[in-house]
Write a protein that binds this ligand. Sequence first.
Ligand SMILES: Cc1ncc(COP(=O)(O)O)c(C=O)c1O
Length: 369
Amino acid sequence: MKRQIISELESLKSKNRYRTLSFPNGLDFSSNDYLCLSQNRELKKSFKEGIELFGTGSTASRLIRGHRDVFERTEAIFADWVKSENSLFVANGYAANSGLIDCLSDSRTIIFTDRLNHASILDGIRISGAIKKYYRHRDTGHLAELLRKSDPSAKKIIVSESVFSMDGDICALSDLVKLKREYDATLIIDEAHALGIFGIQGGGISLDENRLDPSLIPEIDFRVFTAGKSLGLEGAFIATTSLSKEYLVNKMRTFIFSTAPIPAIAHTIQTSIALIKKMDPERQILLANAFYLRNALREKEMETLQTESQIIPVVLFDEIKALEKSARLKRDGFDIRAIRPPTVQDSRLRISINSEITRENLDALINVI
Ligand SMILES: Cc1ncc(COP(=O)(O)O)c(C=O)c1O
């Protein structure tokens, strides 16, 4: 085994795909703490209060002795925020996506997945043994074609991110809902990078009336939201009906066979939600700043993708170029990470804008990039 480990590490190095851990260094243009809540004073206070109230750990799976009233209250508050009948709180987005997809599928299920969906979605498909059909990124015409050609009697699941994590663009949600109805498929939307930024009170793309008729929200069978990004904490919610929640509690292995999250986190999420609902001005400024930076980079003829979100990829194609550029930016005081295969196909810098970034910060970045 040791020889295999050394050989695989050498192979990664030779392809410039070797990774090392590096601490935050410089102005944050790379985290997913879009509303800067991870350092918020009220949240820290709430977390300490939660520890005093509930202790440090949950001590067991929620189906054993790990269940707490605070989980149920937070699930109800979350569901109300995102206009869902109910929600289930789990350890993180990875466990939510992989566990959800696994427990909904079997080897005869066909899962239609956007080509650029997150690894946690792909791993769920892999674990379940379902049949995977990739459709071209955001191409609902291609999806329709694949659905049309598929076995009409097969169980079908369509899954997409709303805001794509590495490309920053947004799925055609109305079209996905239309197709799911037409082909009687189950629809899963991962709102990890939309929560806090888009939709009414930051509740996600599904709550953006310009993208989806509000009466159609219940057509999205499962919406996955993480608490590790805009909410400034960790954990994840699966927003769904009470009936489906009952099913997940009984069937979802990443929920059943894992210690319940720290109750103080659920407690603190309530504070986070209350704050985020009031952050319309921050959302507007942040998106205006993203628009400003994107335009400035385009004027410099940099290859940014056509995005509308707080995530701006600068595609450089080449691993070494991306690594060198990231290192140079770090020396200039900007924390912008190189993202390389296999995370993405084309190496890039992934720039994310948070609510504390100012126009001066952006101008300084534009000058050196
Ligand atoms: C789109 C998407 N879904 C799910 C996850 C996983 O969420 P978590 O970090 O809470 O495990 C991430 C990122 O980490 C993500 O970008």
